[in-house]
Design a protein around this ligand. Structure first.
Ligand code: ATP
Length: 199
C-alpha cells in the first residue's frame, strides 16, 4: 500500500485544482518558506478525517478553505482527494485503488466519499483503522511535534501503540456496544416499571 496521488482544490493556498503524484518510496517536497509545503501534509491529515482545527494549524475548521489573495477571490469550498494503491489488499476493500475524498463548505457542511460513493467519516476511519494511518494521526509528525510525542503521558502513548497494533478499533467498538447496552438497560428498567404499574 502506498499513497499514489493527492488532489487539492480550494484547500488552503491551493486555489486551483492541483494534483501531486507520489511514487513508492520517499517523496520530498521542496519550496521556499510559505509556499505551501506544510499545507500538503495538512491536506493528507484532513482528507483522512482530522477533526481538530489546531492540528491543521488553523483557528477554526473553515480556515482550510482558500481565503483569497490580492488577486483572487475567496472560495466557498475545499476539496481533497487522496488515492491509495491497494494492490496488496492492505485496506479491507475489494479495489486495487482507493480514493478518499473530503469536501467542506463555508456553512460548515461536509462530505466524505470512498471511490466516489458518499459515506460517513466513520466509514473512512474503519477503512483505515488497521492500516496504521488511522484517526489518531500519529503517522504525521509535524514540526516541533516530536517533543510532544516523547513527553506524552503513558496512557497517550498506549493509545498510539494500540492504534498501530489495530486494537483501538476494537476498543472503540466495545465502548459503543457498552453505551448501547446501558441505553437498553435503562429501557428495560422503564419497561419493568410500566409493567408493574399495569398489574
Ligand atoms: P515553511 O517552510 O515556512 O514551513 P511552508 O512551505 O510549509 O512554509 P505553509 O505553512 O504550508 O508553507 O503555507 C503557508 C501559506 O499558506 C501562507 O502563505 C498562508 O497565507 C497560506 N494559507 C494558509 N491557509 C490559507 C487559506 N485558507 N487561504 C489562502 N492561503 C492560505
Amino acid at each position: 500500500m502506498h499513497l499514489k496521488s493527492l488532489t487539492l482544490k480550494g484547500f488552503k493556498s491551493f486555489a486551483s485544482a492541483t494534483t501531486l503524484r507520489l511514487e513508492p518510496g520517499i517523496t520530498c517536497v521542496v519550496g521556499p518558506n510559505g509556499s505551501g509545503k506544510s499545507n500538503v501534509v495538512d491536506a493528507i491529515a484532513w482528507v483522512l478525517g482530522e477533526q481538530g482545527a489546531k492540528a491543521l494549524r488553523g483557528g477554526k475548521m473553515e480556515d482550510v478553505i482558500f481565503a483569497g489573495t490580492a488577486g483572487r477571490a475567496p472560495l466557498g469550498r475545499a476539496e481533497v482527494t487522496l488515492t491509495i494503491d491497494n494492490s496488496d489488499g492492505a485496506l479491507p476493500i475489494e479495489y486495487s485503488e482507493v480514493s478518499i475524498t473530503r469536501r467542506t463548505f463555508r456553512d460548515g457542511a461536509g462530505e466524505y466519499e470512498i471511490n466516489g460513493q458518499p459515506c460517513r467519516l466513520l466509514d473512512v476511519q474503519e477503512l483505515l483503522s488497521d492500516s496504521g494511518i488511522g484517526r489518531e494521526m500519529h503517522v504525521i509528525v509535524g514540526q516541533g511535534q516530536l517533543d510532544a510525542v516523547l513527553q506524552s503521558k503513558p496512557e497517550e502513548r498506549r493509545a498510539y501503540i494500540e492504534e498501530a497494533a489495530g486494537v483501538l478499533k476494537h476498543r472503540k467498538r466495545k465502548e459503543k456496544a457498552l453505551r448501547k447496552l446501558d441505553a437498553m438497560q435503562a429501557n428495560l428498567t422503564r419497561l419493568t416499571d410500566l409493567t408493574a404499574e399495569l398489574r
